[in-house]
Design a protein around this ligand. Structure first.
Ligand code: S3P
Length: 439
C-alpha cells in the first residue's frame, strides 16, 4: 500500500450500493469468547483487520487452534483453564493497536496462574489500562504495573465475584469484568453506564447465566461464574463505524445516494444516525431483521443540502464514540453552531481525537473552540477551501486517516494524507470501497 495519498479534487456525485467489512467489536468478541469453548466455533464474514488478527495471535499463544479460510474462520478454543501453557517458558501477548483486545484479554487471564506479559504498539502503550487493572485487582489479580503497557499480570486459581461500578460508558471495561466474572465463584454485580451491549447479547445467546436490568442511564448486570461454554457460531454483520465514513461522504456530496448492505444497527451503536438525523440528514433503515439478538439492516442515505448545527445530547456520546470525527465534519458544513460536550474519552482513543479534530478543522479554516472535553464548531454550508493540507504524525490512527480522506473529498483543497496503512486496523478495504464509489 502507498505510504500516503494525495487528493486534490472533490468527489463527483454518485449513486451506488456497497458492502463494508465485518464489525470489529463483534469480530474481536467472537475470537475471545470462542477461545473459551473446547469445541469448534465458526464465523463467517469475520473482519480480517490487524486488530482481529492480533486477537487471533493472542488466543493461539494461549493454546487455541485457529483456521482461517477465505469465507470463514474456525476456532477450537483452549477452554476455561490454561492447561496448554504448562510447558511454555515466557508468555507474551501482543495486542498491537487494539484497546479493545488489550483490555478485554486481561479479563480472560483472571484465572491464569502463570505470569503473562501484555504488550502493544506505540499508540496502545500511551493508553490508560488502570480502568481495567484496578477492578481486576479486586478479583485478586496481580500486576507489576497497572497504568500502561507493557504490563505483567498474574491471575489466581479461584477468583471470586466482585461488585463493580463502570461509570465511563466503556464497553471495553464492562466486557473485561464480564469475562473475569465468568471465571469467578459467585455472582458478580456490575452497574454500568450505557455502552455497546454485544457481550451481553452473545452471553444470552450462549445461555450463560446473566441477568440484565436496563435503566435509563445505567444497566445492572448480574453474572454467575461457570466452567464451560458452548461453541459460538456467528455470521458477522457489517460495521456501522466503517459505514459512517461513507454516510458522511454521501451527505456532504451533492446529488448523491448510497445503499450500504447488511449493517449492525444495535441501538447501542447507532448514535451517529440519531445525531445526523437531528442535524437534518436523510437516512433510512431498510429491511430490518434480528440475528442472535443483534439488529441488522441495510442503510440508505441521500445527500442533504439543509443541514443544521446541533447541541448534541450527551446521552448519545457512548453510542457514537467512534463516529465523532466524521460527525464534526458534518457540523462544519452545517448552518449554525454545533456543541459537543463531555467527550474527554475521545482523547483516550488511538490518538487524542478531540485535539486532532480541532487541528483539522483549523487547517480547513473552520472556527472551533476546543476544551479538554468539548468542542464548539461554527458551521458554514458555503465554506470554500482551496489550500494545501498535510496530515501526518497522528499515531497512525485509522479514524483520523479516514476522516481526513472524507474531508478532502468534500471540502476541496490539495491534501497529502500520510500513513495509508493505518486503515488495516479496522477497515482494510476502505480505499478499495472508495474506488468502487468513484468508479
Ligand atoms: C469498543 C468500545 C469503545 C470503542 C472501541 C470498541 C468495544 O471503547 O471506542 O472502538 O468493542 O468494546 P470504550 O469501551 O473504551 O469506549
Amino acid at each position: 500500500m502507498e505510504k500516503f495519498i494525495i487528493i486534490n479534487r472533490k468527489i463527483d456525485s454518485f449513486n451506488k450500493k456497497i458492502n463494508v467489512e465485518g464489525d470489529k467489536s463483534l469480530s474481536i468478541r467472537w475470537v475471545i469468547i470462542s477461545s473459551l469453548s473446547k469445541k469448534k466455533s465458526i464465523a463467517y464474514n469475520l473482519l480480517k483487520s490487524e486488530d482481529v488478527l492480533s486477537a487471533i495471535k493472542c488466543i493461539k499463544t494461549l493454546g487455541s487452534k485457529v483456521k482461517i479460510f477465505k469465507n470463514r474462520c474456525e476456532i477450537t478454543g483452549h477452554g476455561f483453564d490454561f492447561q496448554n501453557l504448562k510447558n511454555k517458558k515466557k508468555i507474551i501477548l501482543n495486542a498491537g493497536n487494539s484497546g479493545t483486545l488489550g483490555r478485554i484479554i486481561l479479563g480472560l487471564l483472571i484465572n491464569s496462574k502463570r505470569k503473562i506479559k501484555l504488550i502493544g504498539d506505540k499508540s496502545l502503550s500511551k493508553r490508560d489500562f488502570s480502568r481495567v487493572t484496578l477492578p481486576l485487582k479486586k478479583f485478586g489479580a496481580k500486576f507489576d504495573n497497572y497504568k500502561r503497557l507493557p504490563i505483567e499480570m498474574k491471575g489466581l486459581e479461584n477468583p471470586s465475584k466482585i461488585n463493580y461500578l463502570e461509570n465511563k460508558g466503556s464497553a471495553q471495561c464492562k466486557t473485561t469484568i464480564m469475562l473475569a466474572a465468568l471465571k469467578s465463584k459467585g455472582t458478580t454485580k456490575i452497574k454500568a453506564k450505557k455502552s455497546r451491549d454485544h457481550t451481553e447479547l452473545i452471553f444470552k445467546h450462549l445461555n450463560i447465566p446473566i441477568k440484565i436490568k436496563k435503566g435509563k442511564n445505567f444497566d445492572h448486570i448480574r453474572l454467575n461464574g461457570i466452567n464451560k461454554i458452548k461453541p459460538l457460531n456467528y455470521r458477522i454483520p457489517g460495521d456501522i463505524s466503517s459505514c459512517a465514513f461513507f454516510i458522511v461522504l454521501t451527505l456532504l456530496t451533492k446529488n448523491s445516494e448510497l445503499l450500504i448492505k447488511n449493517i449492525n444497527i444495535n441501538p447501542s451503536r447507532t448514535g451517529v444516525i440519531k445525531i445526523l438525523k437531528m442535524m437534518g440528514a436523510k437516512i433510512k433503515f431498510i429491511n430490518q431483521r434480528t440475528y442472535k439478538g443483534e439488529k441488522i439492516s441495510d442503510i440508505f442515505v441521500k445527500s442533504s443540502n439543509n443541514l443544521k448545527g446541533i447541541n448534541c445530547p450527551t446521552n448519545y456520546n457512548s453510542s457514537a464514540i467512534d463516529e465523532f470525527l466524521v460527525i464534526f465534519l458534518v457540523a462544519a458544513k452545517s448552518r449554525g453552531i454545533s456543541y459537543f460536550k463531555n467527550l474527554s474519552e475521545l482523547n483516550q482513543k488511538e490518538s487524542p481525537r478531540l485535539i486532532w479534530a480541532s487541528k483539522i478543522l483549523n487547517l480547513l479554516g473552520i472556527k472551533n473552540i476546543l476544551t479538554k472535553s468539548s468542542i464548539k464548531i461554527y458551521g458554514n454550508p458555503n465554506h470554500s477551501f482551496n489550500k494545501k493540507i498535510i496530515i501526518k504524525n497522528f499515531l497512525k490512527d485509522h479514524r483520523v486517516f479516514m476522516m481526513s480522506v472524507v474531508a478532502a473529498l468534500t471540502f476541496g483543497g490539495e491534501w497529502k494524507i500520510h500513513d495509508c496503512n493505518s486503515i488495516k486496523t479496522s477497515f482494510p478495504k476502505f480505499l478499495e470501497t472508495l474506488k468502487k464509489i468513484k468508479a
